[in-house]
Design a binder for this molecule. Structure first.
Ligand code: NAD
Ligand code: UD1
Length: 349
C-alpha cells in the first residue's frame, strides 16, 4: 500500500476513469475533480465496483480557484494527473474561446493552485495532435510542433506554459522544482476488460472506433470512410491505436519516473504514448468484423478536412525513460470495445 494521494482532474471521463482503476489497484489514494461537462458520475461508481476500493469525488470546475484551493488544502495530494479538458476538434473550430478558456486558462488556474500548495508533480494529457505534419510518418518527441486547430493549439499552448514553469524553477534553482511529464497520446481506443467502463461519447461520435461500434450494434446505419486515395497501403488513413488500459498504465509509470533519477533536479519532458505501428481504416473495419462476427456497413466518402494520411508513434523514449510499452494487441482493443458496447448500448445512461 502506498500512501500517496493522486488528484485526478477529469477523472470521470473516458481515460480518467480507466486511470482511476489503475491508480486504486496500485494502492494510491485517488481524489477526482470533474465538472461532469462530458461525463457521468456513474463512471466513478463503476471504478469503485471494479476495484472494490473507494475514491473521493468533487464536482468542481478546474477554473474555480477557490474550490480547487480548498480541495488541495483538504486532500494534500502529492501528484496531479491532469485529464480535464474539452477535446472535440470540430467544436473547437466553432468555439475557440471556449476551448482556450477551458483548457488553457483552466490549466493556468490549476498550476497556480498547485504552486501555492507546493504540489509540483504533474502528468499532463497532451496529444499527438501537437505535432506539425511531417514527411516521416513515425513521430519522435523532437519533431517540430504545429497544431492545426484550436483544440490542438490549446494542448500546444499548455505544453509551452508547463515548459516555461519548469524552466523558471531551473533559473531560480528552486528547492522543490516542477517535475512534469507531457504524455502525447496517439489514438486511445478500447475499454476496461470488465466491460463496466468505456467511452461514452455525447451524440454522434467523431472518432473512428466508437463510430464503428455504433454501426455494428445498429445505432448508426453506415460508416463513412473518409478518403481512400491517401498515399497509404490501401488508400485509407493510418493511425496508431492504443488500448486505453495500456495508455493509463503509462501514467502510473510516469508518476514513478517523476520520483526517480531522471527528474531528480526537476524538469518537463514529453513522451509519446503509442504502440509504434499503424493500422488503416479498412484494417480496423476488418479487425472489427473478424472479432465480432458482424458486417460493418460502410461507404467511401471524401477526405475529412484537417486529416493527414498516416501517423504513428516512435515510443522508444517512453520505453527507455518510463519503462513503458503497450502490452495489448488489436484484437484486445476491438474485443474490449465490443464488450463495453454490447453491455452498455446506451453508455452510462
Ligand atoms: P473526456 O471528455 O471523456 O474526459 C475529460 C473530462 O474532463 C470529462 O469528464 C469532463 O467532464 C472533464 N472536464 C472538462 N473540462 C473541465 C473543467 N473545466 N473542470 C473540470 N472538469 C472538466 O475525454 P478523454 O478522452 O478522457 O480525454 C482526457 C484528456 O486526454 C483530455 O485532456 C483530452 O484532450 C486528452 N486526449 C484525449 C484523446 C482521445 O482520443 N480521447 C487523445 C489525446 C488527448
Ligand atoms: C482525431 C482528432 C485529433 C485527436 C484524435 C484522438 C481530427 C481532425 N483529429 O484524430 O485531434 O487527437 O482524434 O482523439 O478530428 N475516420 C473515418 N470515418 C469516421 C471517423 C474517422 O474514416 O467516421 C478515419 C479518419 O479519417 C482517420 C481515422 O479514421 O484516418 C481515425 O480517425 P479519428 O478516430 O477521428 O482520429 P484522428 O483522425 O487520428
Amino acid at each position: 500500500m502506498n500512501n500517496q494521494t493522486v488528484l485526478v482532474t477529469g477523472g470521470a471521463g473516458y481515460i480518467g476513469s480507466h486511470a482511476c482503476v489503475e491508480l486504486l489497484q496500485a494502492g494510491f489514494k485517488v481524489v477526482v475533480v470533474d465538472n461532469l461537462t462530458n461525463s457521468k458520475p456513474e463512471s466513478l461508481s463503476r471504478v469503485q465496483q471494479i476495484t472494490g476500493k473507494s475514491l473521493t469525488f468533487y464536482q468542481a470546475d478546474i477554473r474555480d480557484k477557490q474550490a480547487l484551493t480548498e480541495i488541495f488544502a483538504k486532500e494534500s495530494p502529492s501528484t496531479v494527473i491532469h485529464f480535464a479538458g474539452l477535446k472535440a476538434v470540430g467544436e473547437s473550430c466553432e468555439q475557440p474561446q471556449l476551448y482556450y478558456h477551458n483548457n488553457v486558462y483552466g490549466t493556468l488556474v490549476l498550476t497556480e493552485v498547485m504552486t501555492n500548495a507546493n504540489v509540483k508533480q504533474l502528468v499532463f494529457s497532451s496529444s499527438a495532435t501537437v505535432y506539425s505534419e511531417s514527411a516521416s510518418k513515425q513521430y519522435t518527441e523532437n519533431f517540430p510542433l504545429g497544431a492545426c486547430n484550436p483544440y490542438g493549439r490549446s494542448k500546444a499552448m499548455i505544453e509551452d506554459i508547463l515548459r516555461d514553469l519548469s524552466a523558471a524553477d531551473q533559473i531560480k534553482q528552486t528547492e522543490s522544482p516542477w517535475k512534469i511529464a507531457l504524455l502525447r497520446y496517439f489514438n486511445p481506443i478500447g475499454a476496461h476488460q470488465s466491460g463496466l467502463i468505456g467511452e461514452d461519447p455525447n451524440g454522434i461520435p467523431n472518432n473512428l472506433m466508437p463510430y464503428v461500434a455504433q454501426v455494428a450494434i445498429g445505432k448508426l446505419p453506415q460508416l463513412s470512410v473518409f478518403g481512400d486515395d491517401y498515399p497509404t497501403r490501401d488508400g485509407t488513413g493510418v493511425r496508431d491505436y492504443i488500448h486505453v488500459v495500456d495508455l493509463v498504465k503509462g501514467h502510473i509509470k510516469a508518476i514513478a519516473a517523476l520520483a526517480g533519477e531522471k527528474f531528480e533536479a526537476g524538469g518537463c519532458r514529453a513522451y509519446n504514448l503509442g504502440a509504434g505501428r499503424g493500422y488503416s481504416v479498412l484494417e480496423m473495419i476488418n479487425a472489427f468484423e473478424q472479432v465480432t462476427g458482424k458486417t460493418i456497413n460502410y461507404k467511401i466518402s471524401p477526405r475529412r478536412t484537417g486529416d493527414i494520411a498516416e501517423c504513428f508513434a516512435n515510443p522508444g523514449l517512453a520505453l527507455k525513460e518510463l519503462n513503458w510499452k503497450v502490452e495489448k494487441n488489436l484484437d484486445d482493443m476491438v474485443a474490449d470495445t465490443w464488450n463495453w458496447q454490447t453491455k452498455n448500448p446506451h453508455g452510462y445512461a
